[in-house]
Design a protein around this ligand. Structure first.
Ligand SMILES: [Zn+2]
Length: 251
């Protein structure tokens, strides 16, 4: 069978769509209870164990190297303490992270979006990327990370009553920003990653709202409660989201 990334014929691994590394602690009762209150919100709790034969051993390893960087970075950001990152708390609902390894971090996020797009399990239906599926394949194959204005990524941290929960792993339906940009989001390790699926035009939003190629990332803190309301998460949120992000940066 042909590997979906390098397209060479090879024995394929049963690859996780979302790496097990992001599921630590998801299985206790507390975490399982979370999505129950979100039944109406169209959010979907991503169960561990979605595996498909997608990649050859080499490609699997390539992606997992980027993922380890993402995981380490997220653990530190989650704890708000790090020996490699610099984390500045700028307010109750806002902080800045510096020294992120832009290349690995971004390629890992794009690889997750891409894997959800090529997955055949109907659970990931809403992550079909159309023309961007092949574009992302070429990006991942080359290992050349797109610059900060291509497929820009915004990150939010979710808390419930001030408590951060790294066990949050959820999928969203896609959204629109200014009716022009398709936006794909998912939550892993308690952080929502929002990717604007475009490599040609950049939204009319301050670049500061997104992961910078200098390794700087502003993260806003949101309440899980807002995810529970059905209207908050659908199309309109992304316009409000970028506005509120910018407002927090420029009080
Ligand atoms: Zn391969």
């Amino acid at each position: 069978m042909a590997c979906r990334l390098c397209q060479r014929n090879s024995d394929l691994c049963r690859s996780h769509i979302i790496s097990e590394a992001f599921y630590e602690g998801v299985y206790d009762a507390k975490h399982r209870a979370l999505p129950v209150s979100m039944n109406d919100s169209k959010l979907k709790f991503i169960q561990n164990g979605f595996k498909e034969k997608l990649l050859c051993g080499d490609c699997e390893q390539r992606l997992s190297r980027w993922e380890s960087v993402l995981k380490e970075t997220l653990v530190d950001i989650g704890n708000k303490t790090s020996t490699s990152l610099s984390i500045d708390i700028l307010g109750k609902e806002f902080f800045r992270v510096k020294c992120i390894r832009y290349k690995e971090f971004k390629l890992a996020i794009l690889s997750i979006i891409w894997r959800m797009s090529i997955a055949s399990d109907p659970f990931f239906e809403s992550y079909k990327l159309g023309i961007y599926e092949e574009k992302l394949r070429l990006v991942l194959l080359s290992g050349k990370v797109p610059d900060e204005k291509k497929f820009p990524i915004m990150v939010s941290r979710y808390e419930l009553d001030g408590v951060f929960d790294p066990g949050m792993v959820m999928g969203y339906p896609p959204g629109k920003h200014e009716r022009l940009f398709t936006v794909q989001s998912f939550i892993i390790w308690g952080h929502c990653f929002t990717v604007f699926m475009n490599d040609k035009i950049f939204p009319k939003v301050s670049i500061e709202c997104f992961l910078r190629d200098s390794g700087v990332l502003y993260i806003d803190v949101c309440s899980l409660v807002e995810l529970a309301s059905p209207e908050s998460i659908l199309s309109k949120i992304y316009d409000e989201k970028v506005q509120s992000m910018y407002a927090k940066m420029h009080p």
